[in-house]
Design a protein. Sequence first.
Length: 239
Amino acid sequence: MTLPHDQQLCQRRQELLDRIGEWCDQYGRARDCVRLLAVSKHFPAGDIQTLAGCGQLAFGESYLKEAVDKLDALAGLHLEWHFIGPMQSNKTRRVAERFAWVQSLDRLKIAQRLAEQRPADLPPLNICLQVNISGETSKSGVEPAAAAELAAAVSELPRLRLRGLMAIPAPTIQFGEQRRGFARLRELFEDLTAAGHALDTLSMGMSNDLEAAIAEGSTLVRVGTALFGQRPPPDGVPP
Ligand SMILES: *Cc1c(COP(=O)(O)O)cnc(C)c1O
């Protein structure tokens, strides 16, 4: 017997939380030290509503127009929205106005715009710097060697609160290689903490590298397909 779609989503979430808890135990970490961010890009608002109904409150989106449509549709639910996609200058205003977190900040100019555009009646916008830990294989993210300077500059800006670091490593199925990439991000996090930044968020780990990320100290995993199922193509793009 197959469960209805709604029950399946909630069951998958529970199984995922159980697995995350087991890895936390296995790697000697507290069970509640890793938060689950549900990455809902390309999934319908109805799925988000279902997951909200079984207790999932933090969601990540990468494409602004699609995200804003869903935020509008779900405005009554008081969810915590994270912007995790590429940031261009023309998007900063709506991100500053509508999101609680930006995890994909990699340039000071964007940070300055977000600081100017964050409405004064909202809490500070939570920020993770996206770091390029995979070298030439990725175009986005600040270079590790430039992260300290960007962190220092961002932490001076009003209406932003620097919370930590995020990375999307080059995909590999090799566990040791996954761990080495995440270890680099954790070391950078420790360097910034030692330099006086009060950081609490190490955003690393997606559907295919969760265990390695938890082993290396992730505090927030961003999971799409392992939660929602296979991602449909974006609207208007033929499969
Ligand atoms: C799409 C995306 C994810 C989720 O990826 P899955 O492999 O589906 O879990 C996580 N983080 C970012 C930044 C993404 O763009």
